[in-house]
Design a protein around this ligand. Structure first.
Ligand code: KG4
Ligand code: ZN
Length: 343
């Protein structure tokens, strides 16, 4: 049953099957020990949760259960499963019922094919989305900023399997704030009887929608508050979300121009907060290599602002490839290789 670490190390190149089911993406992938992505399949449940403006846990678990075989079949279609040396799955954090599906499938496959199985921290997975993008060649230590729908985490990554967590959000995650602001815009626009064709644009997940609408707005039109919290490594995004709510309540009516301006101003306030905070941390710690990952890191405006500041401050900022920013199993497979080696 047990293929020991030594046995895996003896193989010049080995393959890891990754499984990710922590939230609303049912995903599987095969990644080689040389950080080559052989296949990377994601079934996004976004449409299922869209009208609820957030992930409904029970619906997520049921959909993982329904889709995991289809996703696994697609992932292994052109690959002999007997060539897989390791199985890696997201163990935590995440929705309990959703995680259970991935864990059960991983353990069952491991048992049937006598392949070792490794449990992975989803946040390490996001960090590995960047390491995978760089094909494993990364300089330590680096500062990691994870900005996703469920998490906002700042850490120092010291090696392939050691990170020191510095801070996290005290309330909403960055992505959650994008999602909730979109929901507030929808509810307000509905109350003010904006035509359905406009209401239909405002749905979950809010991040990509706000990014799109913000392109037509003036980012300096509304001055939303920014919680830099420079005295600590933590973050807070509930204040800006509430500020958007009060701003909406102060408006008699709403039109497309106002929606564009709110999206642009909100996005700017969030990105300003992140940039200011990160620069402060970088200068305090004198670590100039930075990796930014998680769903929100796919935001084009955010990437451009970080790249602008990186030139001024001489920083090296790395983002994951676009397909690896949001939840996927390739990052879980890549992380698993390193955590199995560490045991
Ligand atoms: O990393 P991820 O796929 O899942 C979690 O681990 O939470 O992140 C999903 C989050 C959602 O909140 C979504 O609105 C946000 O990432 N997101 C974005 C963008 N694309 C996805 N936020 C801002 N701009 C985007 N382009
Ligand atoms: Zn994630």
């Amino acid at each position: 049953m047990k293929i020991r670490l030594e046995a895996i190390k003896m193989v010049k190149k080995y393959y890891t099957l990754g499984i990710e089911t922590s939230c609303d993406e049912t995903a599987a992938a095969i990644v080689s020990s040389k950080y080559e992505i052989i296949s990377n399949i994601v079934f996004s449940q976004q449409k299922i949760h869209a009208s609820y403006f957030g992930v409904v846990p029970e619906l997520a678990s049921r959909t993982h259960y329904e889709k995991i075989h289809y996703v696994l079949e697609k992932t292994t279609k052109n690959f002999d499963i007997k060539k897989i040396n390791l199985i890696s799955y997201t163990d935590h954090p995440g929705l309990k019922g959703a995680l259970l599906i991935g864990k059960t499938v991983a353990k069952t496959l491991g048992y049937i094919y006598s392949i070792p199985v490794v449990a992975v921290d989803h946040l390490w997975g996001h960090i590995y989305s960047v390491i995978l993008t760089k094909k494993g060649k990364i300089k330590f230590p680096f500062i990691s900023l994870i900005i996703s729908g469920g998490h906002t985490e700042l850490s120092i990554v010291e090696s392939y399997n050691k990170r020191k967590i510095l801070g996290q959000t005290l309330d909403d995650a960055v992505g959650e704030a994008f999602d909730k602001v979109t929901k507030m815009l929808f509810l307000f626009a509905k109350e003010k009887k904006l035509p359905k064709k406009y209401l239909d644009i405002l749905k979950y997940p809010g991040g990509p929608i706000i990014e799109k609408l913000a392109r037509y707005g003036d980012p300096n039109s509304i001055n939303f508050p920014k919680a830099y919290m420079l005295e600590s490594y933590n973050f807070s995004f509930s204040g800006i979300k509430t500020a958007v709510l009060y701003y909406l309540k102060s408006q008699k009516d709403i039109n497309l121009k106002l929606i564009y301006d709110i999206c642009a101003s909100f996005q700017k306030a969030v990105v300003d907060t992140l940039v200011t905070k990160l620069i402060h941390v970088v200068e305090k710690l004198s670590i100039y290599d930075i990796c930014i990952s998680g769903g929100v890191s796919s935001n084009g405006y955010l990437r451009r602002e970080f790249l602008k500041i990186s030139k001024i401050k001489n920083l090296k900022i790395i983002f994951p490839n676009a397909t690896l920013s949001t939840d996927n199993a390739a990052m879980i497979a890549a992380a698993g290789m390193n955590f199995y080696s560490a045991t």
